[in-house]
Design a protein around this ligand. Sequence first.
Ligand code: SF4
Ligand code: SF4
Length: 392
Amino acid sequence: MNNDVAVVRCGGYEYEIVRARLAEAIGAVGGLDFVRPGCRVGIKANLVAAIPPEGAATTHPIFLSALTDLLRERGAEVVIGDSPGGLYTPSFVDHVYRAAGLSLCEEHGAALNRDFSELSAVYEEARSAKTFTYTGWLASCDLIVNACKLKSHGMMGMSAAAKNLFGAIPGTMKPEYHFRYPDYDRFADMIVDLDEYFKPALSVCDAIVAMEGNGPTAGTPRPLGCILASPSPHKLDLVAASLIGLSPEQVPTLKAAILRGLTPAAVGELSLYGDPSAFADPDFETVAVRHSLLFRGASDNVIGSIFGGIVQKALDSRPVLQKRLCVGCNKCGKICPAKAISIVKGKAVIARDKCIRCFCCQEFCPKGAMRVHRTWIAKILTRSAKKPKSNT
Ligand code: SF4
Ligand code: SF4
C-alpha cells in the first residue's frame, strides 16, 4: 500500500502492541523496502531535553525500540541521535539519553550516537538556509528515519515531523539560528530547507501520548492514542495538525511547505490509511503562534503598515514569567539569542524591547516557569481559526 499518510490506533506503550501498530502504519505508506541489508539508518528522534518518557517531551523509548527492531529485521545497522537544546557534548547528550530512557533502545540493538562532529553545508537551492552547520552523525547515515513526537510548540504552533529536523542544528548554535531568522516565516522556511536537504526516507510520529499546553518541554501529556507514518514530513504534519485542531495557517512550517507544493493544503486531498477524525481532539490545548502572520499583507502601504503594526501588537504572543516557579537558574538567559534576559533578585526579567519572541526561554526553562502569553484578541481568533472536528 502506498498511501500518503497512515494513522493507526495505539492505546499505550506496550512493546508488542506498539511494534505491531508501527509495522501496520509503515506498511500502509509503502513499507521498508528502501532499507537494504548492511545500510546504516539514522533514527532522528526528538530528544529535546533530559525529560523522562512520561513527560511526553521526547519520542518514547518503546516507540524507538520497536522502530529499531523493524529496521534491524531488514538487516540495517541502526543509530539513534539528536541534538538537544543546550550543549552538544558527550556528557550532556548522554545525560539526555539516560533521562529519555534510551538504554532500552541499546538493548534492542540500536547504537546511540556518539559522534559529536559538526559539518558545514552549502545548499544553493534553499529558500533560507543556503549555508548551515549541522550534526555530523547524520552524514554518516545512508538513510534517515524521522521519529518525532507530536507536541504543542510556543513558536511554531506544533512540533511534529518537519520541526524535528531542526535538531540537525547543533544545540549550542540553535539560538544563533533564531537570531538569524527572527521572522517566523523565514524560520519556518529554514526548517523546510532542512527537511528538503536531509530528505528523511520515512517519517513516523509518536502520538500515542502527545504534549499539549506549554510545549514543547513543559506542557502536559495528552493521550491521542495513535501512530502516524508518511514518506512526507509535511503530509504527516498536515494530518497531525488536524488532530490537535490547528489549521495550516497556524503552523508556519506547514504554510511554507504548502507554498512550495510539498503537501496539499487539506487533509481531504491526501490518500489516507485510517481515519484521522477518530483521533481528533477538539479540546487539545495549543499555544498557537502569533496571528499577526495572518495580517502580513496589510503592510504593503503606509496605512496598511500602521494598521499592521497595531494589529501585530494586539495579536503578538510573548513569553511571560510565572514568578513563583522561577528559581533564578538563568538557563533562559544563557539560551536567549537576543540577550534579553537578566536575573534580578533571583528571578528572570525580560527586556521587552530586545525580545524577538523566539520562545527559546519557554522551551528550555526546566521549571516550566516561562509561559506563552496570548492576548485576549489572539485567543478569540485562535478559537475561531480552529477547524471543526473533521478530517477534511
Ligand atoms: S525562568 Fe526558568 S530558566 Fe529562567 S531563571 Fe527562571 S527557572 Fe531558570
Ligand atoms: S526573552 Fe525568550 S522569547 Fe525573547 S528573545 Fe529571549 S529567549 Fe526568545
